[in-house]
Design a protein around this ligand. Structure first.
Ligand code: NAD
Length: 265
């Protein structure tokens, strides 16, 4: 036999689809690690009633998204953005954290997980009890709004009341600047501080858990590869294949809530 082909060995990925095997493998990975970073996408919140982005019939895909420059330049489209925002909010107004959120909250509370990097905007990690300083939101937070000029925080209840009365897109009470949901639109710059914190947490962890993301939205989806580059183990948990599965040490394919349920106690 010739020399061992290291690249070939590194390309071997363990993909587990059996529930008990997946749970056991995840438990072992967690026990062997001392510094976990979780990276979450919309899939962790579907059992909470928040539809994900790319699945069939997703309400997020019903209309072509309104890009940031259009929101800024076209007042009619800005009003349309607010109409859509409130319609979507009505879909998941009652959402509560699921088993995945509570499992991760437990890992943070137990000192195992140092950070949760999330693409989600649904605020459910906060509601599950994870301290704000452990949550890194790459795409903002949809539970409030902010002035794009001065940054002043605006509550959605106040904006909605005025919007429903006048139909006019909100302006800042402090500086009259444009107010936008505190989420990141297509074409809008990612929040630099959050990106830096996510980078720092990622390169310092020894286990990176990517949960419920199709891993196609960049630059967010670059963090799993960054973790791998810095020698963390990469575990991907998702219901369907992702483009990064071949980079992972372990792929758990199944329902997020089912696999994480024992960790949620
Ligand atoms: P995505 O919709 O592209 O991918 C979600 C993945 O989760 C899919 O591969 C899907 O098959 C999987 N999935 C869904 N439910 C699952 C379950 N119960 N068990 C296992 N797998 C499951 O989402 P994304 O990668 O997070 O990208 C979407 C973007 O849209 C994000 O950047 C986010 O900002 C935004 N978004 C956020 C929310 C939210 O806050 N909950 C919801 C929709 C969209």
């Amino acid at each position: 036999m010739g020399a061992v082909d290291v690249d070939y060995l590194e390309a071997i990925v363990l993909i587990l689809t059996h529930l008990e095997e997946a749970r056991a493998a995840l438990r072992a990975a967690i026990e062997q690690s001392s510094s976990i970073v979780a990276f979450t996408g919309a899939g962790i919140s579907t059992e909470c009633g928040v539809p994900d982005f790319r699945s069939k019939d997703s309400p997020w895909m019903r209309y072509r998204p309104i890009d940031f420059d259009v929101f800024m330049s076209d007042i009619l489209m800005r009003e349309e953005a607010w109409r859509r925002k409130f319609a979507l909010d009505d879909i998941y107004a009652m959402a509560q954290p699921g088993r995945g959120h509570y499992a991760l909250a437990g890992l943070v509370a137990g000192g195992k997980a140092t950070a949760i990097i999330t693409q989600n905007i649904d605020n459910l990690h906060q509601v599950s009890g994870v301290p704000e300083e452990r949550i890194i939101e790459l795409h903002g937070n949809g539970s409030y709004a902010a002035c794009l000029s001065c940054g002043w925080r605006h509550e959605l209840g106040d904006i909605r009341r005025d919007f429903e009365a006048t139909g006019a897109a909100p302006a800042c009470v402090k500086c009259a600047g444009p107010v936008k949901p505190a989420t990141i639109s297509f074409g809008q710059a990612m929040p630099a501080e959050a990106v830096q914190r996510a980078h720092d947490a990622t390169i310092a962890c020894d286990l990176f858990l990517a949960i419920g993301s199709s891993l196609v939205v960049y630059p967010a989806a670059s963090f799993p590869s960054l973790a791998r580059l810095h020698r963390a183990r990469l575990v991907i948990l998702n219901g369907e294949p992702t483009p990064l599965d071949a980079e992972a040490d372990l792929v758990l394919r199944g329902d997020i809530g089912d696999i994480l349920q024992p960790f949620a106690a």
